[in-house]
Design a protein around this ligand. Structure first.
Ligand SMILES: Cc1cc2nc3c(=O)[nH]c(=O)nc-3n(C[C@H](O)[C@H](O)[C@H](O)COP(=O)(O)OP(=O)(O)OC[C@H]3O[C@@H](n4cnc5c(N)ncnc54)[C@H](O)[C@@H]3O)c2cc1C
Length: 278
């Protein structure tokens, strides 16, 4: 089979799916589909499964056994617009190719992320990297106004410096992390699943999670079987270490949980809870 064309994906090509207040995800192009995964796996396994249900089972088998290279045969190019603080997290995923708008070349747009009141929360008390309780609406609105005021002030100074002839590359340095940036980003499905596993997780920051959720929806149109296997095998799976497996064995055979250490017990219980909630 030559070039893969998936009608459902063709329909959403180039459409902007809004994320946050001013951001978006747009699928620019895709290469391959579920059939390309199956095809490339058959090269290593020889002629085999043929029907749709057999194709689904093969994809599932590949992912369950971490035979991941056939998933590298499917590639996506996205156009993304997101605040710089989200992009900072995004670029940690190195197995990608990207091109970002240049603040040295272009004048940055007056576009900043303003969190909704419901996102303006207190520092979490049990997770140093997370947020906890939401502030009361009145207080949240005051913080929101402060965000906006700071952003406007920073942009006015930037604009003024550019107008006075300061090089754009230096005029920009006081612009905040809330400023929106844009880039083209290309990644294969194997690495994208790894990205999604990490960034759909409840430990990932809320804002990047929203982008990951949108990407998951988009790639479902290109390779629904593979995404279905991902959700089952990777996203909704919880892994237990050796000590925890031993504890599970004991609990299932009616014995007491041998894990006594408070921190370990908390981690173990959290995993069970997450497993039940998924
Ligand atoms: C919830 C959360 C919190 C985080 N907090 C922080 C933080 O506080 N500070 C911080 O700096 N980062 C943080 N990170 C980023 C994290 O450490 C990883 O850099 C990021 O998740 C990308 O993962 P990766 O390296 O597996 O992905 P990729 O860079 O896409 O790489 C994919 C895979 O390729 C292989 N690979 C890539 N590059 C190399 C290499 N140079 N050598 C060997 N193998 C390689 C690895 O197998 C890797 O898993 C956080 C990530 C998450 C999800």
């Amino acid at each position: 089979m030559a070039h893969c064309i998936v009608p459902a994906a063709e329909e959403i090509l180039d459409k902007e799916f809004q994320v946050l207040d001013k951001g978006f995800v747009r699928l620019v192009d895709y290469y391959g589909s579920d059939s390309r995964i199956v095809q490339s796996a058959r090269v290593s396994y020889g002629e085999g499964t043929k029907t749709i249900s057999q194709d689904g089972a093969l994809i599932d088998y590949l992912l369950r056994h971490q035979h991941t290279s056939p998933f590298e045969q499917v590639v996506f190019t996205f156009h993304l617009k997101m605040p710089i603080f989200v992009a900072r997290q995004w670029v940690r995923h190195r197995m990608a190719r990207m091109n970002e708008v240049s603040g040295r070349y272009s004048i940055m747009k007056d576009e900043f992320y303003v969190p909704e009141n419901s996102c303006i929360s207190k520092q979490s008390t049990n997770n140093k990297q997370g947020r906890g309780e939401v502030f009361e609406e009145k207080q949240a609105k005051e913080f929101q106004a402060e965000f906006i005021e700071g952003q406007q002030k920073a942009y006015e100074v930037y604009k003024d410096m550019v107008e006075k002839g300061i090089a754009r590359e230096i005029a920009r340095i006081n612009l905040p992390l809330a400023l929106y940036t844009e880039f083209y980003w290309q990644m294969d499905l194997h690495n994208l699943f790894h990205f999604l596993k990490l960034r759909l997780d409840s430990h990932a920051q809320y804002e990047i999670r929203l982008y990951a959720e949108e990407i998951l929806e988009i790639i479902k149109t290109v390779c629904p079987m593979a995404v279905n296997s991902f959700e089952n095998t990777m996203e909704k799976a919880v892994s237990f270490n050796g000590e925890e497996m031993e504890a599970l064995r004991k609990i299932l055979s009616g014995e007491e949980n041998p894990i006594q250490d408070e921190k370990k017990l908390k981690r173990f219980n959290e995993k069970i809870k997450t497993g039940i909630q998924l």
